[in-house]
Design a protein around this ligand. Structure first.
Ligand code: PHE
Length: 371
């Protein structure tokens, strides 16, 4: 075998074994670089005799051409493979964003608040708010609580330390009814920023969802709980409006065509007449069935706004009438979603939450269903 044929074989073998474009480049330099073997042969042609050059020249040039072609082909092939590998390694999987590894969920109380808000929004109610820390006037006095009413006593109400200068003793609001007062009363001083719907002229249609506080703690009471208040003020409002509104709401809330309810006389200082709304249910067999059996379950408090409350808010009871209602949101959540015990609702145990929780991506609405 000639030296040229051997060189060709060696280079071909080296090229076949190359696995990276860098190795191919090294082979190119070793053969065709300044001091490369093939370059040496090409340079040596100048010193050849014409006959020798005629014989060896085409062979050496042929070797150079074949080698150049083989190097280019191998390099292109390896570079393409390297690019593929690089792209694969740097790949960004956009679908990861849509599949969160840790899923948060919506607390049943907040789910039910959203459901209630969606239902009343459909009926034309706006959302109003008031502060958790209230004064005696809004929580009690304007709501027609007599000075010595038992609900003002220490055992029910969380009182804050009296203000050293004025002696005023604030409270953690014991119900959401003070928002009725804040909504109706148009005061000369601007309402504090952030409270929606404070101080508006009638006609009024609002609900007020929020936190409430009472000194109470057992299987069915927690010191902090949630209520949704409702208030309608207009001309010629009567109990029929109250009854239709609440029956319609409760039926839609429990996702039923109709609900059998009764309005049982009751007493609240701020409504006259006052009632508690009960719905028919069957509790036998450990399961709650609505519209069946002969048990009645209390579901909310309501009544016609007391003339004294209208007066305290600057409204003339001969001109304006209205109804109000208040319901316990946590209790409604327990009823609707079969939660047996109230206390774990506020223990912030994520296992409890992922058991009862709702998807944050599905907001309650009337088009696709509440829950
Ligand atoms: N505030 C009452 C409560 O806490 C509920 C209620 C609201 C009753 C409005 C009548 C009218 O129990």
């Amino acid at each position: 075998m000639t030296d040229l044929a051997q060189l060709h074989l060696d280079l071909k073998a080296a090229l076949g074994g190359a696995t990276t474009s860098a190795e191919v480049e090294a082979i190119r330099v070793a053969a065709l670089g300044k001091t490369g073997k093939v370059s040496g042969l090409l340079k040596g042609m100048g010193a050849m005799s014409p006959d020798e050059r005629r014989e060896r020249g085409p062979l050496i040039n042929g070797l150079r051409d074949r080698l150049t072609a083989a190097l280019t082909a191998r390099k292109t092939e390896l570079e393409a493979a390297e690019l593929d590998a690089k792209l694969l390694a740097e790949r960004v999987d956009l679908t990861l964003l849509a599949v969160p590894r840790r899923r948060g969920s919506v607390h049943p109380t907040m789910q039910v608040m959203d459901e209630i808000t969606a239902l009343f929004a459909e009926l034309g109610f706006a959302v109003a708010e008031g502060p958790d820390i209230e004064d005696d006037f809004h929580n009690f006095t304007a709501l027609n609580f007599p000075p010595r009413h038992p609900a003002r006593e220490m055992h029910d109400t969380f009182f804050l330390t009296p203000d050293p200068e004025t002696g005023e003793r604030k409270v953690l609001r014991t119900h959401t009814s003070p928002v009725q007062v804040r909504t109706m009363r148009v005061t000369p001083d601007r309402p504090p920023a952030g409270w929606i719907a404070a101080g508006r002229e009638p006609p009024i249609r609002i609900i007020a969802p929020g936190r409430t506080f009472r000194k109470d703690s057992d299987a069915t009471h927690t010191p902090m709980f949630h209520q949704v208040e409702g208030l309608v003020i207009d001309k010629g409002v009567h109990m029929g409006h109250l009854k239709w509104t609440l029956e319609t709401f409760v039926a839609r809330f429990f996702e039923m065509d109709a609900i059998e309810a009764r309005f049982r006389p009751h007493h609240f200082p701020f409504t006259e007449p006052s009632a508690e709304m009960d719905i028919r249910c069957d509790r036998s067999g450990g399961e709650l069935k609505l519209n069946q059996g002969d048990s009645w379950m209390e579901i909310l408090g309501c009544g016609m706004v007391h003339p004294n409350v209208l007066r305290a808010c600057g409204l003339d009871p001969d001109e304006w009438q209205g109804f109000a209602f208040g319901m316990g949101v946590d209790r409604l959540a327990m009823l609707k979603y079969g939660i047996p015990d109230l206390r774990p609702m506020f223990e912030a145990d994520t296992r409890w939450l992922s058991h009862y929780g709702f998807s944050p991506f599905v907001a309650p609405n009337l088009a696709t269903g509440l829950s």
